[in-house]
Design a protein around this ligand. Sequence first.
Ligand code: ADP
Length: 383
Amino acid sequence: MTDITLQGLEKRYGETTAVEDVSVEIDDGELLCLLGPSGSGKSTTLRMLAGLETPTEGAIRLDGEDVTDQPAYDRNTSTVFQDWALFPHKTVLENVAFGLKMRDVSKDERRERAQAMLERVQMGGYDDEDPTTLSGGQKQRVALARSLAVNPDVLLLDEPLSNLDKRLREDMQIELREIHDDLEETFVHVTHDQDEAFTLADRIGIMNEGELIQVGDPDEVYENPKNRFIEAFLGDTNFVDATIVQSPGETVAVETELGAELVLPSSGDHGLESGDELTLSLRPEILSIDRGEPGTDATAPADQRAVTDGSTTNAVTGTVANVIYRGSTVRYSVSIDGTSVFAERTDASSGSLSAGDDVTLEWNSEDVLAFRADGTRVPLYNP
Ligand code: ADP
């Protein structure tokens, strides 16, 4: 098992800065996912960890040893790539045993270890197959077995599942997590897929434009995103423009593009003033949607009825513009003073709201997130 330290890591290609000042400590046996949009520097960070790229600045330590200038073959890391890259003229078993052969492991032991690893990835019995005849999922299992057979201290995974279709990808995510838990090795996994990161990770590191913006447990980055980019990237939400009209301390009053003045709770030390512009995030799961005026719809399930504990409730009225059935949930697009806000109900059979219905959206104002014009989060409410 191995812990990893990245310290002030930077990679420039001419004018392009691919990775900028990335620092993080990864624990022994941890599964860290680097998550971010395409071009955010995830692969470059992983390739520096693998020794396939040399950092322009900064340091990489494995178990405290500085490996920044060590070539890939001197590090006990192993990488699984997106395009599985199996050797076409070797059998499945020869593919998996290849790394062991390069490390002068005896023939018998190579066979034994390769077979054990093939069993582990549910490819036992495929020893003599030609890898070109395998399905995408099977090829990726073989590639994984090949990377694990050499018993690396750190397994690096660069979008290994993104060429697989959705169903198989979801199954493989769970399997990969189980393999990780079995082996108790350190994994660093790169993906642009939020669901994949949330399924797999002990911690998620979110990257954008070469920077590692936030590292935390999945629920921490979701509940407490550091900036607006993360809030937008991690899920669907309604962003609502707001201007502060009053900021007396305990509360902040804002005018919004929803035509309503809202009162938000406040910890009082955010330094905001009247006239400052904010973006509020109203996630669909905090919104209750009911027919008619606030609190009057008895058709909604009890847990989705309006919260009515006085000052912490915000409510706006609007008209249902669109109803989209999404299996277990129904999504309503609601037009409020010309702005579109979407809300969801989890029980598809409940309520039966239709386009044209007048509705009220209510939410607990403590559940609203707020961001400054520069995208940074305003800690409005600190329970
Ligand atoms: P991600 O893995 O998040 O998609 P990358 O690490 O592949 O992002 O790329 C980050 C940025 O660095 C991109 O703008 C990309 O074009 C640039 N980049 C990556 N590799 C090279 C290279 N070998 N030469 C020039 N620019 C590169």
